[in-house]
Design a protein around this ligand. Structure first.
Ligand SMILES: Cc1cc2nc3c(=O)[nH]c(=O)nc-3n(C[C@H](O)[C@H](O)[C@H](O)COP(=O)(O)OP(=O)(O)OC[C@H]3O[C@@H](n4cnc5c(N)ncnc54)[C@H](O)[C@@H]3O)c2cc1C
Length: 505
C-alpha cells in the first residue's frame, strides 16, 4: 500500500474545494484534491450563477474576466424572488452573473491546473484517522495519503464531517422538489408557476438576458423544477417520478424524455456545529446546507475557501499558531447561519396561501423602499459581510473597496495588489510613514494616493483612513489615522509574530 504525502489534502473538487486549492497553491502550500467524480464534468447544471461579492473575490485574484466572459451579467439578487437591484452599489461589479455551475467549475479547475495542483479524479476519501502530527487518509483505490490537514469540501453528505463526528444540527425539510434536465416532445409553459403545492419552473438551459429579461434558446435541453406533493422520499428520483409530479401541477408531463439529470432538493437547513476538529476542517456544503432560494450556496462555499486558504497556509508554514484556524469558524459560521435564517424566511414567504400572499405583498412593498432594498440587496449579494475584528472605523472587518489608486509607478487598483493572495499595508498618508520591518517578509507596504470618496454598500460614505491593513481575503484588519496605534497587534494576530531578528525594532 503506497503512502504519499501533502501538507493539505482536500476531499472534494466542487467549487469550494477548487477555490481552496487555488488559494493554498498561491500561498506556496503543497495541496492535492481527491475527487470522486471521474472528471470535472457535472451531471446537471445545479447553481445558476454568482453574486457580486463572489465576482469581486475572483477579481481579487485576477480571474473575474474568465467568468464574466462566459456568463450573462444581470441583476440577479432577490429575496423570495422579490428582485433587488444593486446597480447603484459602490462596487466595480454592481450586478451578478448568470453562469451554470458546470461552467464555473471548469473555469476554476483550469485555474487550479495552471497553479499545478494535482486533482485525483475517480477516487473517494473513504475514511481517516488523525494524530498529533497529521491525518492518515484512506482512499477508495486501496491507497492512502498522509496530510498535515484534511479539508472536507465533499458536499452536503460529507463523509469528512460524519467521520470526524461533527454534529450537523438544524431543521428537517418542509418541502421537496425535483430538478431535472430533459427533452420535451411538447412546448411547455415557460417560466415560473406558483400554486397550492409550491413554486415550479421550466426553462431552457441555454438562455440570454436581453434588457433584463431572460430569453430562452429555441432548442436544447429543458431544465425543470417541480415541487413534489410530499416530503420524505428516500429513493433516487426517476423519470416516472418527474412525470407524475409534472402531471400533478400542469396536468401533463409535456412528453418528457431523454433525461440527462434528475435530482431532488429540499429546504432542509443544517449547519456543522464546528468547522474544525483538530486537523480536519469543513467548508462549503459540507459545513452548511439550505434551500437554494437566493442562490447563495456556491457563493458562500467559495468565500469559506477564501477565508480559510491563507490562514491554513500560514499555519502549515508555521508563520502563525494553530489558533488562527479558530478564526475561520468564528468568522464563517455566523455568515452561513445568516444564510440559513434568510433561506428559511424565504421558504415561508414563498408559500402560496392567501395569508402568505398578503405577507409577501407587504414584504415586496417594504423591499421597494430604498433603505430596506439596500440592506437586503447587500445581504443577498454578499457585499455586507462584516467580521468581528474590533471596534472602531466602519471599514474594520468589512471588504476593502477596489479603489483606483495612484502610486509612484502609475495607476493601480487595490484588487490588483491582492492577486497573489498576500496581505498589504496600504499607506495613503505621508510616503514611508509606517515602519513594519519585522513583518516585511509577509506584508508588503504600499505608498499610494487616493482622491475619491470612500463608500461602502448599504452603509454609504465613511471617513477616509490614512492607512489600511488588508488581509489576503480582501477584508480590512486594521485602519490607521496618522498613527501606528494597534498596527503591531493586528499584524501579529493575523500574520504571525514579528521576525525574531527584528523584535527589538
Ligand atoms: C437546484 C439547485 C440550485 C442551486 N442554485 C444555486 C445558485 O444559483 N447559486 C448558488 O450559489 N448556489 C446554488 N446552489 C447550491 C450549490 O450547488 C452548492 O452550494 C455548491 O455546489 C456547493 O459547492 P461545494 O463545493 O461545497 O459542494 P459540492 O458542489 O457538492 O461538491 C462536493 C464535491 O465532493 C465530491 N465528493 C463527495 N464525497 C466525496 C468523497 N468522499 N471523496 C472525494 N470526493 C467526494 C463530489 O463528487 C463533489 O464534486 C444550488 C443547488 C441546487 C441543488
Amino acid at each position: 500500500m503506497a503512502l504519499t504525502g501533502h501538507a493539505v489534502v482536500i476531499a472534494g473538487g466542487g467549487p469550494t474545494g477548487l477555490m481552496l486549492a487555488g488559494e493554498l497553491a498561491l500561498a506556496g502550500v503543497d495541496v492535492a484534491i481527491v475527487e470522486r467524480r471521474p472528471s470535472q464534468d457535472l451531471a446537471g447544471s445545479r447553481a445558476g450563477g454568482l453574486h457580486s461579492r463572489t465576482i469581486e473575490v475572483f477579481d481579487q485574484r485576477g480571474i473575474a474576466d474568465r467568468f464574466l466572459s462566459q456568463g450573462q451579467v444581470a441583476q440577479v439578487a432577490g429575496f423570495a424572488w422579490i428582485p433587488l437591484d444593486i446597480s447603484d452599489f459602490p462596487t466595480r461589479h454592481p450586478y451578478g452573473l448568470g453562469l451554470w455551475q458546470n461552467h464555473i467549475e471548469h473555469i476554476l479547475a483550469g485555474w487550479v491546473r495552471e497553479l499545478r495542483v494535482p486533482i485525483r479524479y475517480g477516487i473517494e476519501v473513504t475514511g481517516f484517522a488523525q494524530d498529533d502530527a497529521g491525518v492518515h487518509i484512506d482512499l477508495s483505490d486501496g491507497q492512502s495519503l498522509r496530510a498535515g490537514y484534511l479539508v472536507g469540501c465533499d458536499g452536503g453528505r460529507s463523509l469528512t464531517r460524519k467521520a470526524a463526528g461533527i454534529e450537523f444540527p438544524g431543521w428537517d425539510p418542509t418541502t421537496s422538489s425535483l430538478i431535472a434536465e430533459v427533452e420535451m416532445a411538447e412546448e411547455p409553459e415557460w417560466g415560473i408557476r406558483r400554486d397550492a403545492l409550491g413554486v415550479h419552473g421550466i426553462g431552457r438551459v441555454e438562455y440570454e438576458i436581453r434588457d433584463g429579461k431572460v430569453v430562452y434558446g429555441d432548442k436544447g435541453p429543458v431544465r425543470v423544477m417541480v415541487t413534489e406533493g410530499h416530503v420524505g422520499s428516500t429513493t433516487e428520483p426517476t423519470l416516472r417520478d418527474l412525470g407524475e409530479a409534472l402531471i400533478a401541477v400542469y396536468g401533463t408531463d409535456f412528453g418528457i424524455h431523454s433525461p440527462t439529470w434528475i435530482s431532488r432538493f429540499t429546504d432542509m437547513a443544517r449547519q456543522a456545529a464546528s468547522y474544525r476538529k483538530g486537523r480536519v476542517l469543513l467548508a462549503g456544503d459540507a459545513a452548511h446546507v439550505h434551500y437554494p432560494a437566493g442562490g447563495q450556496g456556491l457563493n458562500i462555499g467559495v468565500q469559506d475557501a477564501v477565508n480559510l486558504g491563507w490562514k491554513l497556509a500560514q499555519v502549515v508554514k508555521n508563520t502563525s499558531p494553530e489558533s488562527l484556524l479558530d478564526t475561520y469558524h468564528a468568522e464563517r459560521h455566523p455568515v452561513a447561519a445568516t444564510v440559513l435564517r434568510n433561506t428559511m424566511a424565504q421558504v415561508a414567504l414563498l408559500r402560496t396561501d392567501d395569508r402568505t400572499n398578503a405577507l409577501r405583498e407587504i414584504a415586496s412593498e417594504l423591499l421597494g423602499m430604498d433603505e430596506p432594498r439596500r440592506r437586503f440587496a447587500a445581504l443577498m449579494s454578499g457585499l455586507d459581510i462584516h467580521y468581528e475584528i474590533g471596534e472602531g472605523h466602519p471599514l474594520l472587518g468589512r471588504r476593502m473597496p477596489d479603489l483606483d489608486l495612484v502610486t509612484s509607478n502609475g495607476p493601480l487598483r487595490v484588487f490588483t495588489l491582492l492577486h497573489d493572495a498576500r496581505p498589504v499595508l496600504l499607506n495613503l498618508g505621508e510616503p514611508g510613514g509606517f515602519d513594519i520591518t519585522p513583518w516585511a517578509d509577509r506584508v508588503p507596504p504600499i505608498d499610494a494616493r487616493y482622491v475619491g470618496t470612500w463608500e461602502l454598500p448599504a452603509m454609504g460614505a465613511v471617513t477616509a483612513p490614512t492607512a489600511v491593513l488588508v488581509r489576503p481575503d480582501g477584508y480590512v484588519a486594521w485602519v490607521g489615522d496618522r498613527t501606528q496605534v494597534g498596527l503591531a497587534d493586528a499584524l501579529t494576530t493575523w500574520f504571525g509574530p514579528p521576525a525574531a531578528a527584528c523584535r527589538s525594532v
